[in-house]
Design a protein around this ligand. Structure first.
Ligand SMILES: [Fe+2]
Ligand SMILES: [Zn+2]
Length: 507
């Protein structure tokens, strides 16, 4: 058995780790209050001494003794969410007073995610590297870059691109997953001329371009995604309105330029990817011209609101707050759809009155702010299943998902904000004991979103089309008086991404 790494008793005069020590483990789950007697037992699975691991019976026995021996003045110990120096000192003082000792694993003192990753790596380094199993993995080296990757034989067999296994006309596999032996091994394997040639045990021959294997290795894919992610400009009002932001980093292009030049189309898509919004100006203020502007780049998504929609306070076609003239706080649309629209297009085609400024908030930035100030609230908002709904005469949409959706590959990145306090359904997805914490967390995010400095307010005037990313940018509107007519549409997320992909802007 291995002792914990660098187990340093902090309390002076208490020599070694013993049964009266407490080894803290950093936990990510909501705080759990653990009732313990003054003689503390370890809370970590890391062994603290050289005695053999306790059997289940021992543990039972110990627990029994704990219960029996628990003195009246038992001590409450919080499983610490953050091993901050202050928290640890406080705990140390408390234990010292009781004659116990606080034993710390050095790795637990590191606080940043980066360090945490390192710690996880260090933990895993004890385990054997499964990719060294030559029966299941092939390790190849790129002589140009001196980079090595390990790839499993099952992956290689599944990625055979010969004409029997893959239809190049449809870009689809022709094989059945049930025909893929889980323990597949090559009969022979040769690497030359940047190619891997394999003859499988059943005689099937496969050939792979080494560059393709490297490019599709998860580390390389992840690296490219991270590079794309690094291009994002997280903004607040100050950044967008800064005097030196001219010309602005985001796209503000004329309809004429958009129609005539492909590069302008790329500018709009790039702006949507990096800032989450773009403007098209000099668009005749009517629905048809707005549609023409959008369709130059994206197909329009049909929803219950139609393809292109036009609405005003005097034309309440749908039971939605947008069809009023009241204040509309920052929100994302379609939280009640299983797939919220990817982009939203808004064009104010008529306005005579006052107020009604549009407001935009960078949801990714708001979430980052929350993560910095309250990482636990952030994590919980990535988990709470929150239900939203939309009802009108013959429609009833509802969908349950977390407020924050993490990127499926880049766990540290956010893929979608789903924030619409108006469209929340009766809260029936959370246990009563979780509900107060949910409101506290949801409110914290709302505070970030409603922060004055987060909101960029501006007047949308006839002729200017706003397109924004409904998975990232929250929109709202100040109350107004007078007559205001808006036209616009949605674009499906998958269509937005497809356009960006065909333009080689994302992978
Ligand atoms: Fe909306
Ligand atoms: Zn094949």
């Amino acid at each position: 058995m291995k002792p914990p790494l660098n187990a340093v008793p902090l309390a002076s005069g208490v020599p070694s780790v013993n049964k009266g020590s407490l080894v803290l483990k950093r936990v990510k789950v909501p705080p759990i209050v653990v009732e313990r007697k003054t003689t503390m037992t370890q809370t970590d699975e890391l062994p603290v001494d050289d005695k053999p691991p306790p059997t289940e019976r021992d543990a039972e026995q110990e627990q029994k003794q704990d219960v029996e021996a628990a003195p009246a003045n038992s001590t409450k110990v919080l499983a610490l969410l953050e091993c901050t120096p202050a928290n640890l000192q406080r705990l140390q003082r408390k234990l010292q007073a009781e004659g116990s000792v606080l034993c710390l694993d050095e790795r637990l003192l590191r606080l940043s995610d980066e360090d945490e990753n390192e710690r996880d790596k260090a933990m895993n380094s004890d385990k054997t590297d499964v990719t060294s199993d030559k029966n299941r993995f092939l390790t190849v080296r790129n002589v140009k870059t001196d980079e090595s990757v390990s790839v499993s034989y099952i992956w290689l067999r599944d990625h055979c691109r010969c004409e029997d296994c893959y239809n190049v006309a449809t870009f689809q596999r022709s094989t059945s997953i049930l025909d893929l032996p889980l323990d597949i091994q090559p009969e022979s394997c040769e690497i030359y001329d940047e190619k891997i040639s394999i003859v499988w045990q059943d005689g099937h021959r496969s050939s792979y371009d080494l560059n393709v294997v490297f490019s599709n290795h998860t580390d390389n894919f992840r690296k490219r995604l991270e590079e794309q992610r690094a291009q994002l400009v997280l903004w607040d009002r100050a950044l967008i309105t800064a005097a030196n932001n001219t010309p602005p980093g985001y796209a503000r292009v004329t309809l004429n330029d958009l129609l005539c030049e492909d590069i302008v189309m790329c500018q709009v898509v790039d702006s949507l990817l990096r800032y989450g919004f773009a403007f098209i100006t000099k668009v005749p203020p009517n629905q048809q011209s707005t549609e023409m502007a959008v369709k130059r780049i994206f197909p329009v998504q049909r929803t219950l609101f139609g393809d292109m929609w036009t609405f005003s306070e005097s034309k309440m076609d749908h039971s939605d707050t947008a069809y009023t003239n009241g204040f509309l706080g920052p929100h994302t649309d379609n939280t009640y759809f299983s797939d919220a629209a990817g982009l939203q297009v808004l064009h104010c085609i008529q306005f005579n009155g006052s107020g009604g400024e549009t407001l935009l908030v960078d949801g990714f930035r708001a979430v980052e702010q929350l993560r910095e100030t309250d990482p636990e609230a952030y994590e919980r908002l990535c988990e709470y299943p929150l239900e939203a709904e939309y009802m009108e005469e013959d429609k009833h949409h509802q969908f349950i998902a977390p407020v924050i959706r993490k990127h499926p590959v880049l766990a540290g990145s956010v893929e979608q904000i789903r924030f619409n306090p108006y469209d929340r359904a009766p809260l029936r997805t959370l246990a009563p004991e979780v509900v107060p914490q949910f409101y506290a967390d949801y409110r914290k995010l709302a505070e970030e979103v409603y922060r004055e400095e987060a909101q960029w307010k501006f007047q949308l005037t006839p002729g200017t089309v706003l397109i924004f990313d409904n998975w990232r940018v929250l929109h709202g509107r100040m109350a107004y008086s007078g007559k205001r007519v808006m036209t616009g549409c949605y674009v499906a997320r998958t269509e937005f991404q497809s356009v960006a992909r065909t333009l080689n802007m994302i992978e």
